[in-house]
Ligand binder design. Sequence first.
Ligand SMILES: Nc1ncnc2c1ncn2[C@@H]1O[C@H](COP(=O)(O)OP(=O)(O)OP(=O)(O)O)[C@@H](O)[C@H]1O
Length: 983
Amino acid sequence: MINEGKSNSVLVSGESGAGKTETTKMLMRYLAYLGGRVPTAGRTVEQKVLESNPVLEAFGNAKTVRNNNSSRFGKFVEIQFDKHGKISGAAIRTYLLERSRVCQISNPERNYHCFYLLCAAPAQEIEKYKLGNPESFHYLNQSNCYELVGVNDAHEYLAIRRAMDIVGISEREQDSIFKVVASILHLGNIEFDKGEDNDSSVLKDDTSNFHLQMTAELLMCDPQALEDALCKRMMVTPEEVIKRSLDPIGATVSRDGLAKTIYSRLFDWLVAKINMSIGQDPNSKSLIGVLDIYGFESFGTNSFEQFCINFTNEKLQQHFNQYVFKMEQEEYVKEEIDWSYIEFVDNQDVLDLIEKKPGGIIALLDEACMFPKSTHETFCQKLYQTFKAHKRFIKPKLSSTNFTIAHFAGEVLYQADQFLDKNKDYVVPEHQALLGASKCSFVAELFPPLPEESTKSSKFSSIASRFKLQLQQLMETLNSTEPHYIRCVKPNNLLKPGIFENVNVMQQLRSGGVLEAIKISCAGYPSRRTFDDFLKRFGVLAPEVLQRKYDERATCTKILEKKGLSGFQIGNSKVFLRAGQLAELDGWRAVVLSNKARVIQQTMRRHMAHKQYTALRKATINVQALWRRRLACKLFEDIKREEAAIKLQKNSRRYLSKRSYTKLQYAVLVLQAGLRAMAAGKEFRHRKQTKAAIIIQTQWRCHSASSYYQKLKRASLMFQCKGRGRFARREFRKLKKDSRETGESKEAKDKLEKQVEELTWQLQLEKRLRTELEETKGLEIMNLQNSLQAVQDKLEETNGMLEKEREAAQNSIEEAPHVIKETPVLVEDTEKIDILTAEVERLKALLRSEKQRALDFEKIYNEAQESNEERRKKLESTEVKVDQLQESLERMIQGFSNQVLELKMILSTSSDSSSITRPIDIYDQTDATSNELTSPTLDPNPVIISSLTPDALRQIVQDLSPSKSSGPETAGSDREGAFDDFF
Ligand SMILES: Nc1ncnc2c1ncn2[C@@H]1O[C@H](COP(=O)(O)OP(=O)(O)OP(=O)(O)O)[C@@H](O)[C@H]1O
């Protein structure tokens, strides 16, 4: 369709049950897939087209002996496409629904599926429509078949409701549809009996009445009006309108007529609704039509429907013949190609028999229908008379109401008894009035008011003629399209898979003209192209041939020969190709085009790639430049930062170094100061210690001298006291003996005192002498050293002078003439030298004598020292003796005191007390004197030891301790021992 820009059609034909409907569905699915749009949530055209199938099947299909799902109507689905090849709309045209099936079925067939589906609906809907088992309805129970193998009617019912939803039938409309279906079932159950009058009828019983009520209720019309419409007829005469009752048979026919009318109107409404819902595309340029029409039928009893169906199949066969055989071969002849004519069975005569005007069966039937007095017998007689010589028309020998037609698919015997009735397509006015006035808008819509002229002109409208017209239109549509044929072959009549009845299959192939079609396909040239088209299409296969400027015919031949094809024919204006050759050429063309396309793609890709590469390169360079700039900036920044960091580090290091240096310097200074302080402290302590040692030594010496003196004094005193005590005791004894010799005692005492004083004076004198001796000795040593120094200085001065003299002499010797002046000068100088030498000798002797003196003096000094040592030892032994004396003196004094006390006590009682206290006074005086003596040797600011605290004293001792002091050795362990003693 897209390539050629021409509409296409697919004609699916075959026997009933051969698979036409299934094939059609597959085709539609395929086309919906090809031309469908992106699936959306909403209902697309293709979805609606596909979902329309089950809805139409439910209302237009039924089980027949030939097919469990036989389409009882013809269908031409016209799928419209937009310029992009997408489905833009669709139209469904239906042909001649089998109306009679609504009221009449034969065993084991079924009525239309929708009745059974409704009976299997959910319980509430069954209740709503007052339905029951299919067996309870007359229109369904004429056959024993209620169910289909493998089909669940309840599920199918729900599926149909869903499909109706998708197709666009609203819930309300669905309800109305099933209400009408239910009303037909109830209508079929209304039975009539003879009425009171002869030719009248009434409802048979209550059941009939119930069904009548239900029908009226479901159709929303008046029950009485319904009954009247069923049982009575109005006859309009020029004079008056006569109301005539119908007998029960007539009422039943009326009832069935009403049922068929309602059903066919309902079916038409459904088709219209689906078409409206799918939508048409008036701007559609091309379409693909799929024709699924009932197949050829030949039953036991064949009526008007079979006649129409088979007429349709004859038409389709004619189209097939026309297209495949006639037109083909005519073309061959016209194009003057070499061709031997193939014979085929042309069914044009059968078509003439049926549809020829005037004189065809349909024309005769219409004629018969229009004469009120005509019957099927008269109609048959007419047929017999008219077609007695027609080779396709056969008059049965025994029957006068049947006739046989030799169809292309076989002979079919038709029973003509209902031909006239079935051909009449008119609605009884009573029925029209009744349902047109229905309160249900849906029902009223099914029966719109008839146009005035149609009611006036004629009541009759021939179904056969209308059908013929429809078929004519269909053929015109098909002729305007590129037809494609699908021949369905039914493998067996058992409705079972996997079985092939060869005779039947062969019969079907023969009757359908398939064998001839194959023959013509093999021998003929199914593909043809005008030279122009051919060169346009296949010129690419041999471009060099095109360049050579041959005429078209020769060019086409060259191209085909180049490709090694044979068997083709070149006509006057077209190239005729054998089967498969066009496909071959197309294949090569596809290869060439694909190669060219590849080259173009390569070039284009190269161009694009180059463009992309250039752009990419440019972009890369830009990016690189940017990056480099960025990197350089970053590097510069880094360098800057590094330099800054170095500077910072340098400064911080300098700062740190400076700080540490300052710290170190300070520490060194502190250390130096500390060390110096320590050294100074040490020096200070040393001096202090030395000073303290000196003080201690001084003190100690003072203390030693003092204690020596005290001891000496006490010893003297003790000695004196003892002596005096002894003397006193002796005196006392003398006094005792000679109580009056008191004066002598006093003298003795004074004497003793004088002696003590003398001793004391002598001791002091001794001490002074010793000190003076030491001083004179020191002065003498000093004088000796000074004189020694003076002598040495003089000696050095003399040596210096001598040296100068020598130098002067040497100089004058060198300056003076050697012979003349040598002798006198030498004499003079020699004298001087001798004088000086004598002087030196004298000084040397003086020095030696002085040295001798110093040594002597030193010897004397040492001897004096030794004598002093001896004296000191003597003094110490004397001190020990004095101590012993003092102790004995103290004991003597104690004893003497006791004696004095006793004496005092005695004297107090007898004589003068003043003379007795004298010895004690003497003692006190001596003590005071000793204090005065010692005081000049003490420190002018002596440390008052008794005023120091023990801690202070300890501190002094620690300071003076040998471990901490490096003082003179004189302040060593002796000093420590002295202090320990002190504490
Ligand atoms: N391609 C197929 N594969 C398997 N089964 C098929 C196929 N085509 C048809 N059938 C079977 O045959 C039955 C009849 O097919 P279908 O209804 O398409 O026949 P038909 O030619 O349309 O008959 P009718 O003219 O009576 O409508 C289907 O119900 C199905 O069971």
